[in-house]
Design a protein around this ligand. Sequence first.
Ligand code: PEP
Ligand code: MG
Length: 538
Amino acid sequence: MNVFVGKTVYPGTAVGKAAISSQVRCKHDGLYDAKEQKARYFKAKGLVKKDLVSLCANEFSKDVFDIIKSYIMILEDEEYDSCVSTILEVERSNAECAVKKASEHFAAQLKKTGDEYIKGRVSDVYDLSDRLRAVLKDIGDSDTGTEEDDSKKESSNSAAGEKNILVSEYMSVTEIIRRGKENIAGLISTKNTLHSHASIVARSLGIPAIIVNEIEDISTLEDSTILIDGYEEKIYINPDEETIKEIMSKCRQSEIVSDGNNDTAANDSYNTAALMKVYANVQSAEDVAEAVKNGADGVGLFRTEFIYLSKDDFPSEEEQFEIYKAAAINAADKNIILRTADLGDDKTPAYLETNGLRAIKLCLSMPDMFKTQLRALLRASNYGNISIMFPMISSMDEVAEIKEILDEVKAELKDKNIAFNENIKIGAMIETPAAVEVVDTLAKEFDFFSVGSNDLTQFALGVDRLNSEEEKFYNQKDPKVIELIKTTVSAAHSAGITVGICGELASDVSFMRELKEIGFDYISVSVPVLGQIKCKHF
Ligand code: PEP
Ligand code: MG
């Protein structure tokens, strides 16, 4: 039994078979038979191509057809095949590794071309590489049989119905969402940070998760049983039954908090939290119901980008409308703040080319996508108390552009006699120092502010929230960050608008008194933290 010490992302205990992330499943554990691995590769390629060709029978927009066609073109590229074959022959690695390496080589070649269109195909190469490796995983290690057998197969490293410990280098938001909470017992990553969106998702879903930098090659964990002890920040590889029994009998954090602990400081924090409105951070319509059940006063942040991350293509207006409508209904008459898609960086679905842009800047550069979302949100506003919030605002020019587009969409809906709340409230996330610079002017343009302390910290302190090397410099309570927050709250109140906080600082129960003193009207926290606060007092 090996034991590794790490950093806990979300406490709790979990045990299960390791499921190595399909993003990195390369075995460096011996020499493979090149002929066998080539047969696996060509079989996987055939299956992926068949899948793509059958997709062409659907009624997609031209853009989607173009993407599918470009995938097929890459698959038919002889250079790609020959690159995979050479790696298999020279390195004698398995097909997963060869596909990963060939794709990286191919992507690097594309990046070097001056042609913007060709450069744009880089994400297609990576997406295809993911698909090929996922299919290779399903095929198994030596099976190169007929394609017909494959529909009957389960994934090679998880039995049906069994929850796994998902192991990855960089934990991927998309992978967590796509696998689903119900299939994940715990999460381990080797290069993730506590402030990445994947960590936030793990916390909001209440999945025990831990970062263990010490593990160099995650493929060595393949087929292992892993036990996570998030309370002690440890993981056990292939633990004995006695250790499993002992660790798994520890109770979960929410149970500890709600079982009448009499610590005065903790009591003070929870009492203080109860003096502010306590909203919830959510990512689905189901979460809204869960939040309300746990006593939320409303929803302070619905991260709508997770809808985009759970799909293979841009979600349509109808798809989005149904989700936002369900969310509004689930919130009953409570305030529910939906943030427009904050895509980019570690929240980039394979089908989206961001050109390095994120959040509102990306949306403004893709007006059709932005308008589709606004139409869906406005239509849903007819079913509940919906407000719209915009992420990463940094200039008044952006605000002017947003308002122009919003007015256009409202006018179109009116022309078509489609009902929506004409006085829908709009809010700005204050999460860049640039926004704080113009916060007095911004306050005249919006109905509310919400402080995004996660990004505000990274931009104010110049610390990359995704870089584990910089983690020690990332502190949401740094005096410079607190100063920017105080300026924001004071500007909001001078202008007579509401101000809350939805970054992770709001979920720090030991900081409640300070948040109340700063003057927040509401805090918005993850559902498990909401459970802790509400369990204690209601
Ligand atoms: C924030 O930056 O504090 C925030 C809530 O947004 P996100 O974490 O989704 O970037
Ligand atoms: Mg943010």
